[in-house]
Design a binder for this molecule. Structure first.
Ligand SMILES: Cc1ncc(COP(=O)(O)O)c(C=O)c1O
Length: 412
């Protein structure tokens, strides 16, 4: 990407076959990309071509197809390495999704390093995938599980940190970089510094960040980072855990079986080298090829251009939505959020809102967004959430606003 590159959403949108259809006779306004993104033809074609010409299992066959498939998988690993600016490609572990990446760290690192007197610190804004595994493993190991409260913008209250450090030995700090519910882009640097001052590891949930902005593991100075392919124009079934080599090398494997071993004897089994130690069983091979193509696609569009465009869309949406009668908007100002807007309509259940919108071709998400602690904080059971991506156009936001007026006429 060139500096100052501007994103042409309309041109990009033409790459996505899903938009060629009508939904309930209406153009599709797909405002659910934070849930899962749509896929461009470039990704679909890369996977189809791979299956048609190069598919076999990887790392096991000496035949031509086995070699091509292995090159496809390992080529994708290198693309991921460059995408997150990891120092070493062996630190890039393919998993199923961000949830598995976070569980891997919780079980393999947390399970063997946490004990009584230790603590794991998360925020109130975490997705359940970066909350529940830590809550579980901390309590299972007799460690403390501490949650930093957040304010209405989604910023974590850091005033408790010193108390936590006095009362416990901090071992893990785990937070997201971009919130899936409020869209808040967090400044994690004070927490990373604090974690490292106390010799704790910092685990970054980048499931919502990686699709929308440049994520650089060295600049973030985190120790682990989790990504889901399906949220960034890639296929479902593949995610990435990046971890510092020196930590990954010391960790026990998470899943056991084929491919992750060095030698197996009745008396003893030894583990393979990185990243294979953490990649038991057959890999998501075509999915990796698809993820590699998705990274090429995002890089061509430009991560900075995507981020800037989403700020524009968020600003436009917040301005237009403010006119809807009875609307309650949650989260920070547009310049501090990715393309995510959560809201409620006073007295109308989010599921009813989403259902009526669907009849008008507008796809949003209604629910707790796997953030029940946040919903509890907001004093609601659920919210509506519209989320945008590089293929979103303003007409879709107009369609949403028009639909919400119809909802308030019908139910308000
Ligand atoms: C912030 C965040 N973390 C983690 C996840 C989990 O991702 P996945 O369901 O792909 O494992 C999500 C999914 O919505 C998310 O938004």
């Amino acid at each position: 990407m060139t500096a100052g590159q501007k994103l042409d959403a309309r041109a990009l949108r033409a790459d996505f076959p899903i938009f060629e259809q009508l939904i309930h006779g209406k153009p599709l306004a797909y405002l659910d990309s934070a849930n899962s993104s749509q896929k461009p033809r470039q990704v679909l074609d890369a996977m189809t071509t791979f299956y048609e010409t190069s598919y076999a299992n990887v790392h096991r066959a000496v035949h031509v197809l086995g070699e091509r498939a292995t090159a496809g998988l390992e080529g994708a690993r290198e693309k991921v390495r460059a995408f997150v600016n990891a120092p070493d490609v062996r630190e890039v572990v393919f998993v199923r999704n961000a949830t598995e990446a976070l569980n891997l760290v919780a079980y393999s690192w947390g399970g063997n390093n946490l004990g009584p007197g230790d603590s794991v610190v998360v925020t109130e804004l975490e997705h359940h995938s970066n909350f529940v595994p830590w809550q579980y493993i901390a309590r299972r190991n007799g460690a403390e599980f501490r949650m930093l409260p957040i304010d209405e913008n989604g910023d974590a209250d850091l005033s408790q940190l010193e108390q936590i450090a006095r009362e416990t030995k901090v071992k893990v700090v785990a937070t997201n970089l971009v919130s899936n519910s409020l869209g808040t882009i967090a400044d994690i640097s004070p927490l990373v510094r604090w974690a490292h001052e106390h010799d704790a590891i910092f685990v970054c949930d980048a499931a919502q960040a990686a699709p929308h902005m440049r994520v650089d593991v060295q600049a973030l100075d985190c120790d682990f980072l989790a990504i889901s392919g399906h949220k960034m124009c890639g296929p479902s079934g593949i995610g990435v855990l990046w971890g510092r080599g020196e930590l990954l090398r010391k960790m026990e494997p998470f899943l056991l079986g084929g491919h992750m071993i060095n030698s197996v004897r009745y008396e003893k089994t030894t583990w393979g080298e990185l990243p294979h130690k953490f990649e038991a069983g057959t890999s998501p091979i075509a999915e990796a090829v698809g993820l590699g193509a998705a990274i090429d696609y995002l890089e061509a569009a430009g991560l900075d251009a995507i981020e800037a465009y989403e700020h524009e869309l968020a600003a436009y949406a917040l301005e237009r939505l403010a006119d809807v009668p009875g609307i309650i908007l949650y989260g920070p100002p547009a310049e501090r959020r990715a393309g995510v807007v959560s809201f409620n309509l006073e007295g109308i259940h989010p599921h009813d809102v989403a259902q009526i919108l669907d009849m008008q071709g507008v796809a949003i998400r209604a629910g707790h967004h796997c953030c029940q602690p946040l919903m509890h904080k907001l004093g609601v059971a659920a919210t509506n959430r519209a989320s945008f991506y590089l293929y979103t156009v303003r007409e879709e936001i107009d369609q949403l606003v028009h639909g919400l007026h119809r909802v308030t006429e019908a139910l308000g």
